[in-house]
Structure formats: structure tokens, C-alpha cells
Design a protein around this ligand. Sequence first.
Ligand code: SAM
Length: 294
Amino acid sequence: GPNTGVSGLEFHKSKGQHILRNPLVVQAIVDKAGVKSTDVVLEIGPGTGNLTVKLLEKAKKVIAVELDPRMVLELQRRVQGTPYANNLQIIHGDFMRVELPYFDLCVANIPYNISSPLTFKLLAHRPAFRAAVIMYQHEFAMRLVAKAGDNLYSRLAVNTQLLARVSHLLKVGKNNFRPPPKVDSSVVRIEPRHPPPPVNFLEWDGLVRLCFSRKNKTLGAIFKQTNTLQALETNWRTYQALQGNAGAAAPPAAAAGGIASLGAAAADDDAMEDDAMDGDDDNDDAMTVDGGAG
Ligand code: SAM
């Protein structure tokens, strides 16, 4: 059942409500974010506002998106009558559904169940923000920052790193949260690339899905498979036909709906969560904060 936290508020694990309670970790996150006095900061899932109040001390404005109406009330109550009350805008809603406002920085201890779509929603937002400093589940963070050749290198890392530079900032032990979650966390810095690479992201993602479609198979082996070659040829013909090139008859797929995703040839899911997390996840040389919750 739900745990009772500050002011008798019940925390719901189903909503990812693990409140960051160690003030040293909250301060470390705010410091590493490099908040300027001119910045509009987007916070996702402010909860009871431990991070929000620290951000308000530094930023011009904080816009916090929170799903739970009880948390919205709690946060309003917390800033009421303080000098910062006018600098906080709360958007009550589901982050995945709200239209994002302009922001310079994103700083957030997010609900982990939406880590992947949340990250790509941020990266698709225009104009691009300067940086995001986000708390993820540790394993997810390690997959985000994995490099080519690492065990954890996957479609998630490739696609994120196409659009942004990512770096691991800080490992945060589960005892820094109330109630403590089952897993450790990590803070990651994400800086969108300027300008964004000139690629069609859907086409790119189709190719990447294909590259990661078979575990323990080389790219060479994947691209020699008959169904892969057929999908590539079909797409090529469709593309030629759409360009109006004579001699390349359009296959039926073209009439049905344009260029098929290459990924359709790969047995895969949509969430970029398809790789087993079986690597050694202690390969980070970044600072570690453990326990000591206040
Ligand atoms: N950041 C807070 C802190 O450090 O004290 C707590 C973060 S808690 C891990 C996640 C918060 O996100 C909860 O307050 C929860 O209600 C909220 N939340 C969950 N799903 C959400 C969604 N889809 N959109 C916006 N907020 C959400």
C-alpha cells in the first residue's frame, strides 16, 4: 500500500512517487544544472517540491508539470507567501500529453515509467533547450550513456546520442528517496546538438532497429538476411517511384502508404527497452552518493 510522507500525504508507487529526501543530492543536482538567473526551468514531476524550491532560488521562472492534483496543492501551499510564489507556474497534467512551453533548462526527478518517451519528447521540442539534468533509474542511465562496443549499447543510446551529448553525472543510492524504490538512480546531463543532424529521424530509427534486431549477430550477418535485403529493395523501389523515376515500378507497398519502415522487418518493440540489462552497471567513474537521507 501507499506510504505516508510529509504532511500526511500518501505516496503512490504506481505514480513513481519516490520523493528525493537528501538535501545534499538535491543541491548537487541544482549545482550541476548550472541554472542562470535568466533561465526558465522546466521541472517534470515536482512532487512535494524539494527540488522546485531550490530551483526557484536560482532561476527566473520554474514551470513544473505534475500529474497528481494532491501534489499540485502541496506544492502551491509550499511556495505560497514566499518571495518565489510568482516565479512558479504549475501545469497540472500528464507530461506526455501537455504542450510544452519555452524553457532553457530541464531539471527533473522523473517518474521512471516514462523515461524513454519523456526523453524523446524533450529532444523533439523546438526551440531546443540548453541542457537537461535528469534523474533516471540507474540501469536506464547506463544504457543512455553507453558507447559503441559496450554491452549496454542499444537503439536507445544510438538515437539519444544522435540528437544529444549525454554524460553521467552522479549515482544516487535508493536510500536517498522516501519511500525507497527498488533500484538505484543516476543523474544524467543531456545537451541537444546544435544544429540537429540533418537526418529524417523515422528513416534513421528504422535503420537502427534493423541493426539491433538480432542479438549477438554482426551487422554483416543482419544485412545478408533475405528478409532484410527484400525490405531494403522494396523501400528503394518505393523511394524511386515516389521520386518519379521511370523504370522502377512501385511495389504494392508504395500504393498502400509510402515507404515502409525498415524496422518493420525487425521483430522489435517501440519502447527502446528491448535489450536485456545484463551488463556490469558499475562501470561509472562518476561521483557516487549513497544513503544518508535526512
Ligand atoms: N521530484 C520530486 C522530488 O524529488 O521530491 C519527486 C519525483 S517523483 C519520482 C515523480 C513525480 O512525478 C510524482 O510527483 C508523480 O506524481 C509525478 N508524475 C507521475 N507521472 C507523471 C506524468 N505522466 N506527468 C507528470 N508528472 C507525473
